[in-house]
Write a protein that binds this ligand. Structure first.
Ligand SMILES: NC(=O)c1ccc[n+]([C@@H]2O[C@H](COP(=O)([O-])OP(=O)(O)OC[C@H]3O[C@@H](n4cnc5c(N)ncnc54)[C@H](O)[C@@H]3O)[C@@H](O)[C@H]2O)c1
Length: 284
């Protein structure tokens, strides 16, 4: 059984994705509790939300004023704040042990009929829910970055996820003005299974001198009608995140998912893409 009346949504993690999920939930009219481990991280999350709402308001993309939307989000470091949430979405670090711990805590604090979503990019939903008493209400709700802009949400169905939980996950995502597709709990789901080898091949093509980085990106943008070529997209995602996702897929799916050498070297050098000002390109 999962509760289908959702008034209050909990978000675990106030980082890039957690703050975005909190923002779209509040924009859709839900009360939101956004939790991180330190107050400073909660404040950073609010700053990201403030900037994003202001940009959307400047473009006339909001139906309410930013302050009203922002006022629906309560920031906290207290786990017990999730006790009266009707749905909780986890967006903490991409580490299986950390996520399993978060879900064990959520199972303790939340009622048994509360749907629990994870925003994992590559980890198995079945493993995340493995030790729980009620794994049937755990599902992948894989939002894309940046959450307020990207329309898609990948719904990932674990071995034990119930049909009822799956139907509710689609419904909620659509209520947040997103469009969903569904994937089985196989490594990388649809998106990262196909995206990560594409990015790695773009990096190898650059490393092996097939073309300049600008021409690799231009070739893929104009030649295949994607908005960003592989090197520019990797910089936007973060090269450390691409490497981590590629390593997880490599472990699960074998050699065809081996990360490119140059991706590893860039991460070792601390050139992580747009967020550090330098990846394959330089940023102001
Ligand atoms: N960044 C992306 O492009 C992207 C896209 C899709 C999915 N994801 C996935 O979303 C998840 C979050 O990624 P992110 O980029 O937002 O990471 P992030 O590092 O920006 O944020 C993670 C936040 O979680 C917090 N945290 C860690 N343990 C916690 C706990 N026990 N309770 C509460 N908060 C905790 C951290 O302090 C941090 O603020 C990951 O699983 C990632 O794979 C990321």
């Amino acid at each position: 059984m999962v509760r289908d009346r959702i008034d209050r949504i909990g978000v675990v993690g106030a980082g890039t994705m957690g703050s975005g999920i909190a923002q779209v939930a509040a924009t859709a009219g839900y009360d939101v509790r956004m939790r991180d481990v330190e107050q400073e991280f909660v404040e950073n999350g609010f700053e990201t939300i403030r900037d994003s709402l202001e940009r959307l308001a400047d473009r006339d993309d909001l139906e309410e004023d930013p302050e009203t939307i922002r006022g629906r989000i309560e920031g906290t470091t207290d786990l017990e704040a999730f006790a009266d949430c009707d749905l909780v979405i986890e967006a903490v670090l991409e580490e299986l042990d950390v996520k399993r711990e978060v879900f064990a805590d959520l199972e303790r604090v939340c009622d048994d009929d509360v749907l629990l979503g994870t925003n994992t990019s590559t980890l198995s939903i079945t493993s995340i829910a493995g030790d729980l008493e009620h794994p049937e209400r755990v599902i992948g709700l894989h939002f894309m970055n940046p959450v307020p802009i990207m329309e898609g949400v990948e719904v990932v169905v674990g071995e034990k996820t119930s049909d009822e939980a799956t139907a509710l996950a689609h419904e909620i995502a659509e209520d947040l003005e997103k469009t969903t597709w569904e994937a089985d709990d196989k490594p990388g789901f649809v998106t990262n299974r196909i995206l990560m080898p594409w990015i790695n091949e773009g990096i190898r093509a650059f490393d092996e001198g097939v073309a300049t980085k600008a021409d690799i990106d231009r070739g893929m943008e104009l030649g295949t009608n994607v908005p960003m070529g592989p090197l520019r997209l990797a910089d936007h995602i973060g090269l450390d995140i691409c490497l981590h996702a590629s390593e997880t897929l490599h472990e699960e799916l074998g050699d065809r998912y081996q990360p490119a050498y140059l991706l590893k070297r860039k991460v070792e050098a601390g050139d992580l893409g747009k967020k550090t000002g330098k990846g394959f390109y330089e940023y102001e």
